[in-house]
Design a protein around this ligand. Sequence first.
Ligand code: ATP
Length: 299
Amino acid sequence: MSAPVETERLTKRYGRIAAVDGLDLTVLPGEVYGFLGPNGAGKTTTLRMLLGLTRPSAGSLRLFGRPPGAGSLARVGALIEGPAFYPYLSGRQNLLVMAGHAGVLRSRVDAVLETVDLTARAKDRYRTYSLGMKQRLGLAAALVKDPRLLILDEPANGLDPAGMADLRVLIRELADRGVTVLLSSHVLSEVEQICDRVGMIAGGRLVVETTVAELRTGRALRIVATPIEQAAARLGARFGADAVRIDGAALEVDVADEPASRVNAELVAAGIAVSELSRPERGLEETFLELTGGDRSAG
Ligand SMILES: Nc1ncnc2c1ncn2[C@@H]1O[C@H](COP(=O)(O)OP(=O)(O)OP(=O)(O)O)[C@@H](O)[C@H]1O
């Protein structure tokens, strides 16, 4: 199957500003892809280009192997920039209006209301909904045409912790049913829990595209050994002085590929007592700051 999303050197300029700058992005079938970046990084502009809401200045994009056009968007659902609903109609009536436009069955409306857990409030007017319910109705609207690809711009915005947990479960369920999900966020901890892979952008450019597991693998080994100076000298000679730091009672050694067991054996063979040896995980936040050189304009 072709990749649900594939962009090549995708670029959008506004005057002298390159909001998106030569972006190569690939979203694979069936995955939940987190599109991460600080405010103003170019996430919304990218998603708008994918949805045909704004034209690229340069580069190309394909959805399921097809160039932009009505055909490629037929099975794409999106929640972007707060969808417009009629405040005086109920959630269900709003979806029926949309379903009419999209040419889908009425029964589908009830099914998606159930999916987003809005059945009990479906007959209430939209203007009486809480933010979380509005967000869920937005998601229902994106699901009405039974999409194969779901594009969500900051779906967790404004949700409380319970709402976020519901959203995570819902997204996971959709992914399990084979829907590919591309969602943007500037809150890294949200994404860490739902996504299979992430692409991080800053200043319109892709900084890294990788799996969440890969991102979380810390590079540095943490070693508690005695005598610590002797251990530092030994490891410095082996891996380079720059790779070794003394952090209180522990050493941090930047070695990605060296098995911890081998480092342990070497130290022990040199008569150094090793009481602790671990490779701590890094949070996404830390990873992001490191990869973007600390350029994170807002939270
Ligand atoms: N219509 C426009 N005209 C001029 N500049 C724009 C326009 N839309 C976006 N930009 C600029 O492009 C850059 C990227 O904006 P974009 O909204 O894509 O970022 P974002 O990553 O979605 O950020 P946020 O999380 O704040 O929505 C910003 O500098 C923004 O000011």
